[in-house]
Design a binder for this molecule. Structure first.
Ligand code: NZQ
Ligand code: ZN
Length: 387
């Protein structure tokens, strides 16, 4: 095991913490507040941000859509450049925070911001960014990743740059009170798959990463089982903190990652508008079955340590523990009424698969997974299982 680990985002967690923005951004900074379609105007978050920024000079940009597009974000980039903004404050879910990461990077670049996504421009500088999280799911509030869509071509691509990681993140579970049930469920699923992408790979005997990943997975299973308690402060706080820890770098330090479910899922979102979390639930069980040989050891470990399964007494069935674990994962999604088959989203099966494969190819997603063994052939097999 070998790694360097740093998570530089200061977390302000708990009720009333939006006020902490006041002292997290120097008073001489001109701030651009970026938000989405307006949910923050209806739940008091906007008013709290306004109060916290009363001694700052600030302006705003709204209308960042779910699965944020380059087309919309370029308008914010232009404002940041023209108005000589010093600091960006993202107020929203993963889409607003990811979109703001694009803005802080593109604001200091003279070319087309899409160059960041194609890798033509490597981001090494950005405006400073802070985040107020309103939807626990992606972990974007304290990581260096972002996923941006080019609507024109249905491209949805990720980028990573230390320079765009938020300097601070406000995580007040009270903001979740207005979340539609659908988004709460999306968050549970997304966080669950984030952990799996870093855990269900090679057994590395990493006791800290494995043990913490298992604790987080068990939290999500418990929160899903207790879904009827979602109006309770403790339930909300536990989901918010668990989803954050699922993708803040710690459980992934020094271990092999997969991320194939995400890369294939992104194509479903870009082509058919499937919510991010729901795209993962469609792909993951089929991917785990397709990759059973290489994932068997960790699936068995997950079955025992997360779902409390045991080896079968009967030797002839001893090898079905991994399959029973996949069934537990499916049950986790189904209990949340999340579909695990593409056809449940009304897509035309044959056309969908061909189109998804073409998009994967054009995005060079041709050697995915922890062993780069998921070529287009395996992706097609996975999609055929998932329709
Ligand atoms: O736009 P508003 O009006 O704010 O409404 C949003 C949006 O419609 C609404 N919402 C958010 N907080 C709310 C609320 N409604 C009521 N009350 C609140 N408190 O929820 C809707 C969905 O928001 P969105 O930000 O799109 O959801 P999420 O946080 O799930 O983000 C998904 C995006 O993150 C990317 C995904 O690909 C997708 O584009 N990801 C980013 C990652 C990262 N940066 O590390 C990793 C993830 O794997 C993921 O790929
Ligand atoms: Zn995700």
């Amino acid at each position: 095991m070998k790694f360097s680990y740093l998570n530089p985002t200061q977390i302000h967690f708990g009720q009333g913490q939006i006020a902490a923005i006041a002292n997290s951004i120097a008073k001489d900074q001109k701030v651009l507040v970026i938000y989405g379609g307006g949910s923050i105007k209806h739940n008091g978050v906007y008013d709290q941000v306004k109060e916290a920024l009363k001694e700052h000079q600030w302006l705003e940009f709204s209308g960042v859509e779910p699965n944020p597009t380059k087309e919309t974000l370029d308008k914010a980039v232009q404002i940041a450049k023209e108005q000589q903004v010093d600091y960006v404050l993202a107020v929203g879910g993963g889409s607003v925070i990811d979109g703001s990461k694009y803005v802080v990077a593109a604001a200091l670049y003279n070319g087309d911001g899409w160059d960041i996504l194609t890798g033509q421009y490597q981001v090494n500088k950005a405006l400073p960014l802070g985040a107020v999280l309103t939807l626990p799911a992606t972990g974007s509030e304290s990581n260096a990743g972002a996923v941006i869509t080019k609507a024109e071509t249905h491209d949805k691509l990720p980028f990573f740059a230390a320079a765009v990681q938020p300097q601070f993140a406000v995580m007040d579970p009270d903001v979740m009170k207005t979340l539609p049930e659908r988004q709460l469920v999306n968050g549970l699923v997304d966080a669950f798959v984030h952990i799996c992408e870093q855990y269900l790979t090679n057994p590395a005997g990493a006791m800290v990463q494995d043990g913490y990943a298992e604790a987080l997975l068990k939290n999500l299973v418990t929160l899903a089982n207790d879904f009827d308690q979602r109006d309770n402060d403790q339930w909300r706080a536990n989901l918010m903190w668990t989803a954050n820890q699922a993708l803040n770098g710690l459980i992934g330090a020094g271990v092999t990652h997969d991320w194939a479910t995400h890369m294939i899922g992104h194509e479903l979102t870009a082509l058919y508008g499937v919510d991010h979390g729901r795209s993962l639930a469609i792909i993951q069980p089929s991917l785990l079955r397709n990759q059973l040989d290489v994932k068997q050891a960790k699936l068995e470990q997950m079955g025992k340590n997360v779902f409390g399964l045991t080896e079968s007494e009967d030797n002839s069935e001893a090898n079905d523990l991994a399959e029973r674990t996949i069934q537990e994962i499916e049950a986790f999604y189904h209990n949340l009424e999340v579909a695990t088959q593409l056809t449940e989203h009304d897509s035309d099966k044959a056309t969908a698969i061909d189109t998804i494969i073409q998009q994967l190819e054009s995005h060079q997603m041709i050697a995915l997974g922890e062993h780069q063994a998921i070529t287009l052939k395996e992706s097609r097999e996975i999609l055929e299982l998932a329709v």
